[in-house]
Design a protein around this ligand. Sequence first.
Ligand code: SF4
Ligand code: SF4
Length: 692
Amino acid sequence: MPKQIIFFLVLLATLGIFTYSVYRYIRFFRLTKAGFPVKGFLRRTGIMFRVAIGQTKIFRFPFVGFMHAMVFWGFCVILFGSIEMIIDGLGGTEKALGSLGVFYNIMMGSGDVFALIIAISILGFVVRRVFLHIKRFEGIEMKHISHLDANIALGLIFFLMISLQGMNIAYIQQQNLAGKAVLGFYPLSGLFRGILAGYNIRTVGILYETCWWSHILVIFIFANYLPYSKHFHVFMSAPNVFLSRLDPLGKLTNMEEITREVKLMLDPDALASAPPANASTERFGVKDVEDVSWKNYFDSLACTECGRCTSVCPANITGKKLSPRKIMMDLRARMKEKGPLMVKHGRDYSDHRSLIREYISEEELWACTTCNACAGECPININQPTLIVDMRRYLVMEEASAPGQLKAMFSYIENNGAPWQFSQGDRMQWAKDLDPPVMANLFARGEKPEFLYWVGCSGAFDDRYRKVSRAFTKILSSLDVSYAVLGTEETCTGDPARRAGNEMLYQIQALQNIALFKSYGIKKILTTCPHCYNIFKNEYPDLGGHYEVINYLQFLDMMVSRGTLKLTDEVFGNDNITYHDPCYLGRANEIYEEPRKILKHLSSRYTEMRRNHSSSLCCGGGGGQMFKEAEPGNKEVYTERTEDVLLSGAGVVATACPFCMNMITDGIKYKNRETDVRNLDIAELIAVSLNL
Ligand code: SF4
Ligand code: SF4
């Protein structure tokens, strides 16, 4: 009975402290803003089983991923024994679940084996952290306290496993000495029970009680340490995966409050019927913790500080200050600093500090290419780029603060409908002597083409990329496709403005385009530019623009599959050919196989770069980077990517995006390899194959 009373009091204290910690976090969550509505329970459950329980993303780093998965699955199994210990502690029983027979044997047996596997894995983790100096465990955000925290947690887990094994060995020996049956199956501990031979039953009993109490007490201590540690992810990871953002990675959240403003600007008569402005909109974008959504904060609490995101971030790899892990850690730290003060003094409380600048510099924010490598890599589906863009939104729309070249890009879009200083009237110069059908002319004749071919600003104005527009136009004509271009009516989609934080300008462009498409009854859009593809497909629907959007590679692959497009093999002789995945086709929209299938039709000498598919490295041109100088670092992102091209040994690198074309061409020039490596778009390769 005294044991039961002591156990009850200890458990009560544990639960009390834990409940207070959770309550503290709930008060902080109340300070955040609404996020996306949590719908799609079944889909979410599937994702949680695949990503959290199945640990699928963890295996992207195979060896250490396997070790982590073993620890996770082992914990799940060992939890069964921990629950039994609590029942025993409260009820004064011994092995209360022992009557479960075979199931009990399986759980105890696998727990016994897992305890050793976990202990060995933990030792492996400690060696990696302390002796191997793995790069992703370093970084300006990884202070001494972060390493100490990790080591304390690893130490506690190791102790838990050792005490569990000790408890099992002592239990078996105690039962043997007492001539009683052993409840459960302990394959490893059974092997080691000989180490207690020669001790009497009393000593073995004391050892058992010591291991039992120390194991359960460390569990209680660990549970109360976790909410203040990066290992809070033990509790937060699975729920965070369940609450994952379900949108494609390339999709940014629409700002409804801006939509209202822009609609009124474009049609002042709509003022009378417009719904009232949302009174809770205090500022546009994110400046500080009160501006983030509950999901952003949840992400920050779930972050394990594993650094997988930072290890694949092109900005970080090339020596820039940006680290997506730091963004999450900074948000968590800032809430820890300001949250209690806001709880005490009210949500409007200001300490004259903010998440932006005091924690996250503008330099970090402007270095992001929005490539989504971080979000794709994160084992618990944290989304960092949307938060980065939200902070850019604050800078641009509240402070008019952005790098000068981005401000110039905004004004070019406003004035010329393109992110460069070109005249709208010159939009068809790329097509001279090709004479593609123009929508207005067809419409005037009462004709309606099946597809709008959206040329895009690069396709219309960029000298190099104009050749791609020409190649694709020739292919469309050779295939007798019913299509038209908008010609001088085409204007920027608003994508570069949106990624650079100018949501207002994006929505002005988008709503104008949607009205134009409506006037022509456009239903199907063909694009060559992945950025245009992404924004039409994923983001225009939020503003009422619903279309069937087809990337040219999907279209051409379909034509090849149908036999309509017949490609000639081996047009590139002995040159190996490789493919660079554009971020906005690959990670953002999961178009990986169509370009590869086409290229394998064109050449039997197809080869992959070391970073490919969802692990592909960004070219460095997205997220507004194309229009500005890169932030200081030790190299350009395009140089890093070009090194992948050169390492592949390919004589031709196929690209499928105007920004990638530009960046990798610059990289090849920088490396002085123009004579032996050619950068060609897939449309150009097909045009060569077809002798167009
Ligand atoms: S989106 Fe790309 S550049 Fe931006 S933080 Fe993530 S990995 Fe880095
Ligand atoms: S955001 Fe995800 S990938 Fe990055 S450190 Fe945190 S848990 Fe790891």
